[in-house]
Design a protein around this ligand. Structure first.
Ligand SMILES: Nc1ncnc2c1ncn2[C@@H]1O[C@H](COP(=O)(O)OP(=O)(O)OP(=O)(O)O)[C@@H](O)[C@H]1O
Length: 561
């Protein structure tokens, strides 16, 4: 990994990996290159036909009539437009198809990394990645690969044309010009542009993450009267971003000015050599005009390449981040085609776990949960109760010991089967900006209205939902942030009932409800006894009243009370 630009891979490797992602769309890229190259040659053909006409007027033997020359010029012009359209269409078709594929891949990667790896990743940078990084890659697929190929093809064609029709001296000058403008200048300027591009992207991602974080936490900022400090920090970060933008623009402008200067120098050189050749009777004036006009009009594709490093550095930084995410190994390897289970009992033996390999959160835990039992787990805040529940769902990989469902260790149970049998209601329930009904349906997409209402009644949220403007059809977004934590919690509970899993893990299910609602929920849970198995984590002694067996977690150990 280069410390200087923080990229894990080299530019060439990023480019190769991004090109490999083209897969079956590669043939469209070939079409784009052909259309682009022939299109540019047609564009040159318009002025070249003018030069041919002038050469003919000056007495050069040209096998074309004036009518044919004008016809060819018009034909080249029309064809140029058509081919340019096809080139752009192909490039953008590839770019947008691939961006859709990439978004899909990133979402897939996030799903396998979730939730373990995502707990440690900044959500803001992931949002930045999905939005701006992927948009930046559009530049790569639509405006990078084909311009490079087009520049090589057009330059080779013009060198051969100028050499054969006019003079090899002019062809050599053109070749030197292409190498200088398309390779040497970009290589010299790329170091600086790469650095400033990567720094700009990093600042941009960090600013975005901070800004989103501030918006999410605006309530706590207001409550703590910390608005001024936040605003100052945002302004400071915005100034840093502006400074990086200026530096990047400064470097880009310097590079493009150098390119323009080089192009002008090579055009002047071609003209000077052409005049010298005519003066020394090595070349006729007609052929000189044709050769010089061909060289004059041929720098477009290499200028396009020289403008790439500015974009490319950003593309490489974005590509590197996206490829890193796609290559990231999940903290827990998903079990596909593992054993399928129908929950009967859970037996945990000598379970130990640490998040970082150093601080032991749970040590030698043993417990048993039989079918239809309600198991209570109590313990001080931070003692590892939620961690234990996450291990029961294999959100994290246990370090030692056994978690066996029906005698089968969790590491051998099919991931989907595990999630079908065990469901968890976490402390905070996330509600999507959809209707209440849709929010419930994620637990069971094909649930009937009766099933949904029954689950909501069990979670004692049905009556509340009926008071909403459109009942079950009320959009969560339309309620603003007006649903209380307790209401969200009960919707989470209803989701769990609707899902119908045999074992329900409840992480503080009554922490946000008053004692009346706690009583109702506990009664509902008690009614599930013998029908469902429940593991209930809570601080409250009152909640534990319904448990058959209570375990207490202390100093990483779990003992039956
Ligand atoms: N993703 C994580 N990475 C590293 N440490 C973590 C992670 N999640 C939790 N911890 C730490 O593990 C310990 C146990 O956390 P856990 O959330 O399991 O406690 P808890 O008993 O459920 O607490 P509470 O009752 O307050 O929810 C805590 O010290 C916590 O800081």
């Amino acid at each position: 990994m280069s410390k200087k630009n923080n990229l894990r891979r080299s530019g060439a490797k990023i480019m190769a990996s991004l090109i490999l992602l083209l897969g079956s769309l590669a043939y469209i890229m070939v079409l784009a290159v052909i259309n682009g190259s022939v299109g540019f040659i047609c564009a040159m053909g318009v002025t070249l036909m003018g030069a041919v006409g002038v050469a003919k007027a000056l007495g050069e033997t040209i096998a074309l009539s004036y009518g044919m020359i004008i016809g060819l010029a018009i034909g080249c012009g029309v064809l140029r437009g058509l081919l340019r359209y096809l080139e752009q269409y192909s490039n953008h078709y590839i770019a947008f198809r691939l961006l859709a594929v990439l978004r899909d891949k990133i979402f897939g990667a996030l799903r396998t990394l979730c939730p373990a790896k995502l707990e440690s990743k900044q959500k803001g940078s992931i949002i930045a990645m999905i939005t701006s990084d992927i948009e930046t890659l559009e530049v790569f697929y639509a405006h990078t690969i084909s311009p490079i190929c087009i520049a090589v093809i057009v330059s080779a064609a013009v060198v051969l044309f100028a050499g054969m029709v006019s003079s090899w001296y002019l062809a050599l000058i053109a070749l030197a010009g292409y190498i200088t403008v398309g390779i040497i200048v970009p290589l010299i300027s790329s170091g600086k542009l790469k650095e400033s591009g990567v720094r700009y992207r990093a600042e941009f991602a960090s600013f975005n993450a901070y800004f989103l974080d501030s918006i999410k936490g605006i309530k706590d900022i207001v409550l703590n009267n910390a608005g001024k400090e936040r605003e100052k920090e945002i302004n400071d970060r915005s100034d840093i971003l502006l400074r990086e933008t200026r530096k990047m623009k400064h470097d880009t402008t310097k590079a493009s000015a150098t390119t323009e200067l080089c192009v002008s120098l090579f055009i002047i050189a071609a003209l000077a050599v052409g005049i010298a050749l005519v003066a020394n009777d090595v070349l006729t004036i007609g052929k000189m005009i044709i050769g010089v006009v061909a060289v004059f009009g041929s720098f477009g594709p290499v200028i396009a390449i020289s403008a790439l490093p500015g974009n490319l550095t950003q593309t490489f930084a974005s590509g590197d981040r996206v490829l890193n995410l796609l290559a990231e190994k999940p903290a827990v390897t998903p079990v596909q085609n593992g054993e399928k289970i129908e929950y009967n009992d859970l037996k945990v033996t000598d379970l130990s776990f640490s998040y970082d390999g150093q601080t032991q959160v749970l040590s030698d835990i043993c417990m048993h949960a039989g079918k239809g039992e309600i198991i209570g787990i109590v313990g001080e805040s931070g003692c590892g109760k939620s961690t234990f529940l996450k291990l029961l769902l294999r959100f994290w990989q246990k370090n030692h010991g056994e978690i066996a469902y029906n005698g089968v260790d969790i590491d051998n149970i099919d991931g989907d089967s595990l999630l079908d049998n065990v469901t968890m209601v976490s402390q905070v329930t996330y509600l999507f900006d959809e209707t209440i009904e849709d929010n419930l349906r994620i637990a069971k997409p094909d649930a009937t209205q009766e099933e949904i209402e029954a689950a909501c009644k069990l979670a004692s949220i049905h009556d509340f939902i009926l008071t909403l403007p459109d009942g079950y059809k009320t959009r969560v977004g339309a309620l603003g942030d007006n649903l209380s934590a307790g209401e969200k919690q009960r919707i989470g509970l209803a989701r769990a009932f609707l899902r119908g899993s045999e074992l329900i893990l409840l992480d503080e299910p009554t922490s946000n409800v008053d004692s009346i609602n706690e009583g109702i929920i506990l009664k509902a849970l008690k009614e599930q006894k013998n029908k469902k198995s429940i593991i209930l984590v809570s601080h409250r002694e009152s909640t534990m009243a319904i448990a058959d067996i209570i375990y207490r977690v202390k100093d990483g150990r779990m003992l039956e009370c």
